[in-house]
Ligand binder design. Structure first.
Ligand code: ADP
Ligand code: MG
Length: 151
């Protein structure tokens, strides 16, 4: 496989309110980063759907998928970084510190014909991330991320 120098990319910031367009109702809540964190992203991350690791307030590390871009389906203007953690939480965590390790690319962030198609594709993204993140290479990213969080 080709080496992609963008990874791993670490980011951290407090979880803010997003556009509230009901990703939660679709079963795919996405924790949004503040604009300052989005603005720090290198140009190479202009858009895309990525996978990696996430941790809240220095706690356990979970698998995640992250969407970067202007969300073509929704015609937003501002770029967002939205993290869906592959873990069920009993309550919201707005205001908590979210740390992410972006460790691989899944696909371009393109628009879809329908909401149904978008949701189906996100489920495929989640399935992809679940498998890939079990690889040895991703375990080393996980371990380095743990050190980065704890430092
Ligand atoms: P918003 O538009 O405010 O981002 P969402 O519908 O995308 O609203 O829901 C995101 C919020 O849901 C997060 O900020 C977080 O507090 C909560 N949440 C609960 N479970 C998860 C999860 N597994 N991954 C991401 N966010 C989650
Ligand atoms: Mg969101």
């Amino acid at each position: 496989m080709e080496v992609d120098g963008r990874f791993p990319y670490y980011a951290q910031g407090s979880v803010v309110k997003g556009f509230g367009r009901g990703s939660k109702d679709m079963g795919i809540p996405t924790a949004n980063f503040p604009d300052e964190v989005v603005d720090q992203l290198p140009a190479a991350f202009d858009q895309g759907v990525y996978y990696g690791w996430a941790s809240l307030d220095g706690g356990p590390i979970y698998k995640m998928v992250m969407s970067v871009g202007t969300n073509p389906f929704w015609n937003n203007e501002r770029k967002t970084m939205e993290t869906h953690i592959l873990q069920k939480f009993d309550s919201d965590f707005y205001g908590k510190s979210l740390a992410v390790c972006v460790s691989g690319f899944i696909r371009d962030n393109v628009s879809f014909e329908s909401l149904d198609q978008l949701v189906k594709t996100i489920h495929t993204d989640i399935a992809t991330a679940t498998v890939v993140l079990d690889s040895e290479k991703q375990k080393t990213f996980h371990d380095s991320f743990r050190k980065w969080i704890d430092q």
